[in-house]
Ligand binder design. Structure first.
Ligand code: FAD
Length: 595
């Protein structure tokens, strides 16, 4: 059987997959016949957040060259090779180039493109047919029975391409139900759709749901359409344009938090088994095969966290960690409280001074780095959790990791502080309910904001939801024939004790519980995959040649899969499994012939 791979999407995840194949070229050349790449955009090898179609120059990445998983060249090496004209296009001066500097996402997009071309060339120079289809959206995938192929890939041009293996690397999916009448935007992407047309302004208050990194993109792009940022010594000042007196942005966040700030890191690269080996981790499973969150926290997290807090000179947290009753939820609450301020902008100012000191003096904030690494490890083993721990991971740990650990570049925080100082940026705490997103008659979006003081009704002429990427469901999975043929299923996580689980849930109604025979299960978001990222079918088998590396599809089982380092690891795990299965089947075939 000739091996033909179809890769859906050509963003960073696909690039890391190609890199892994290229690194094993001597083993795979002669086995893989063709690789067909499908990219719905006009240019392949960039990815959604880094593409000119979605973002603009002022939208920064949150990752420095030293944090980007290794490709053929580092970002710094690539930038140093660029002409002055190219650097000028990106507003970069040569002396700015350093491995710790943060650049615009468009810079990363151009960089990724060259790395993609590099790996494509290695593969095609080794007699693998490389076919790239841009402006081509895959709209369905059908399992087929044939000697040579396992899948039929159907495109929006009504073409069918046959492959033996499919790799889904389709990444972000923004299912937008914007309502131009009410001025409601279900996501800010592409960013151009929320910006005023040339020579127009928004001389009114704009509401944003969320206060994290995507919300900052909107703040950055909109504020530059209504004023300029001026650097004076080390301070950034915002000067509004004439006639924009009423232009203002209000961010809405459940906890009233602004993002945490970037800090110095000792080990910028996350490592899967830095603090525990795979063997040791698997040995932590209980008699029912479950890895319990409290076991992991007690046995793995506490010892390394204590060392980190000593180094960070926070002995009071070490003391708390010494107590058995101080579990992971207490830890999250304690560390979140340290980030909660009555006035979040004053808090950001304070944290800015600490973060700047950390970067200037090369002093890492050890505990943040350590907890991020520990959670990275856990994420790639979350299939071992029972429902009780999945629930805690999703509802308690994820908001903490995304808000307290995810970091805003220091330059971006200067912009937020400058806008706030000019009265152009506010933050409101409380849970938001959008009341009329589908209205056909209102000229504004109405929201309810609930906090401890009660419920307030607010109206916005423009309201932009920046609450992040939603997980795919079976209903909106883009390749429906895989659903109808039973090739995919929703992940279920077994409940250990329904009585105790109800106690944990309290009055939460967001959990989907089902009973099968005598056991209770919680439905997780997205689709089920095995530990090598192969899709699991309705019978629980994952022996297909169908890899799902799209984190939007797998967030239920792999909740903390955000960012380029997670993309790289996901691609590496899947590619290694794929290469292993290829070489193994070849050896079996050879042995059979010899026999
Ligand atoms: C606004 C934003 C900013 C971010 N900034 C950072 C950052 O600074 N640092 C960081 O580490 N991470 C960042 N991320 C996280 C981001 O998820 C990853 O960095 C990365 O983009 C994920 O790569 P991917 O290839 O999985 O998905 P994507 O980047 O989404 O790429 C998927 C590709 O598949 C194509 N595609 C999708 N569906 C189909 C289809 N059916 N047929 C054909 N082609 C298809 C898309 O056009 C796209 O090119 C950011 C995310 C967002 C949303």
């Amino acid at each position: 059987m000739k091996i033909s791979i179809g890769i859906v999407g050509s963003g960073p995840t696909a690039i890391f997959f190609l890199k892994k194949l290229a690194s094993r070229i001597t083993e795979i050349s002669g086995i893989i016949d063709s690789i067909t790449i499908f990219e719905k955009d006009g240019i392949a090898g960039i990815g959604m957040p880094y593409s000119e179609k979605y973002t603009e120059l002022c939208n920064m990445s949150n990752i420095a060259s030293e944090e980007i998983p290794q490709l053929h060249q580092s970002l710094v090496d690539w930038l140093e090779e660029q002409s002055d004209i190219v650097l000028k296009k990106f507003n970069i001066t040569r002396s700015d180039i350093s491995k710790t500097k943060i650049f615009s996402r468009l810079v990363l997009g151009s960089y990724f493109k060259t790395q993609y071309e590099y790996y494509k060339n290695i593969l095609s120079d080794s007699n693998i047919q490389l076919k790239e289809n841009c402006n081509t959206e895959v709209i369905d995938i059908l399992p087929i029975t044939s000697e040579e192929y396992n899948y039929k890939i159907v495109t929006n041009h009504n073409k069918s391409i046959f492959c033996s293996t499919v790799v889904l690397a389709s990444g972000h999916e923004w299912i937008n139900h914007d309502n131009l009448k009410t001025g409601y935007f279900a996501s800010p992407w592409p960013i151009y759709k929320i910006l005023p047309p040339e020579n127009e302004i928004y001389n009114y208050t704009i509401g944003i749901l969320g206060a994290s990194l995507s919300a900052f993109d909107v703040v950055s792009s909109l504020s530059r359409r209504h004023g300029v940022f001026i650097k004076k010594d080390s301070e950034t000042i915002y000067k509004p344009n004439k006639g924009t007196e009423k232009f203002k942005i209000v961010l809405h966040d459940l906890n009233g938090w602004l993002p945490n700030l970037q800090y110095e890191q000792k080990e910028p690269m996350r490592e899967l088994y830095r603090h525990i080996s795979k063997k040791e981790l698997l040995q932590l499973r209980d008699e029912n095969g479950f890895l319990r969150l409290h076991t992991y926290f007690e046995s793995v997290c506490k010892p390394v966290l204590k060392k980190a807090f000593y180094k960070d000179d926070m002995p009071e947290i070490v003391e708390a960690l010494n107590k058995t009753e101080f579990g992971i939820i207490a830890f999250v609450n304690k560390m979140s409280d340290l980030h909660a301020y009555d006035n979040p902008f004053e808090g950001m100012k304070k944290e800015f001074v600490e973060a700047q000191k950390s970067v200037k003096n090369n002093t890492p904030i050890y505990w943040k780095e350590v907890i991020d690494d520990l959670m990275f490890t856990l994420n790639f083993h979350a299939e071992l959790f029972p429902a009780e721990d999945h629930y805690i991971f999703h509802s308690v740990l994820m908001p903490f990791l995304l808000n307290v650990i995810a970091a805003l570049p220091l330059e971006s925080s200067k912009i937020m502080l400058a806008l706030h100082k000019q009265g152009k940026l506010e933050l409101l705490k409380g849970s938001v309910e959008i009341l009329n997103s589908t209205s056909e008659k209102d000229d504004f979006t109405v929201i309810n904001v609930e906090d401890e003081t009660g419920v307030k009704k607010l109206k916005y002429k423009k309201f932009i939801a920046c609450s992040g990427q939603k997980s795919t469901t079976l209903e909106n999975f883009p390749f429906q024939s895989l659903v109808s043929s039973g090739m995919v299923r929703e992940p279920l996580s077994k409940v250990i004790s329904i009585k105790n689980f109800h106690k944990i849930l309290e009055d939460s109604n967001v959990v989907d519980l089902i009973k099968s025979e005598k056991e209770w299960y919680m439905k997780l978001k997205g689709l089920e995959i095995d530990s090598d990222f192969k899709l699991v079918d309705i019978y629980g088998n994952s022996d297909s040649n169908l890899y799902n590396l799209s984190f939007t599809h797998t967030l239920g089982v792999r909740p903390y899969s955000y960012g380029l380092q997670a993309c790289e690891l996901t691609s590496r795990i899947a590619a290694e499994d794929f290469i292993y299965s290829l070489t193994r089947s070849l050896t079996t075939h050879k042995n059979a012939l010899e026999f």
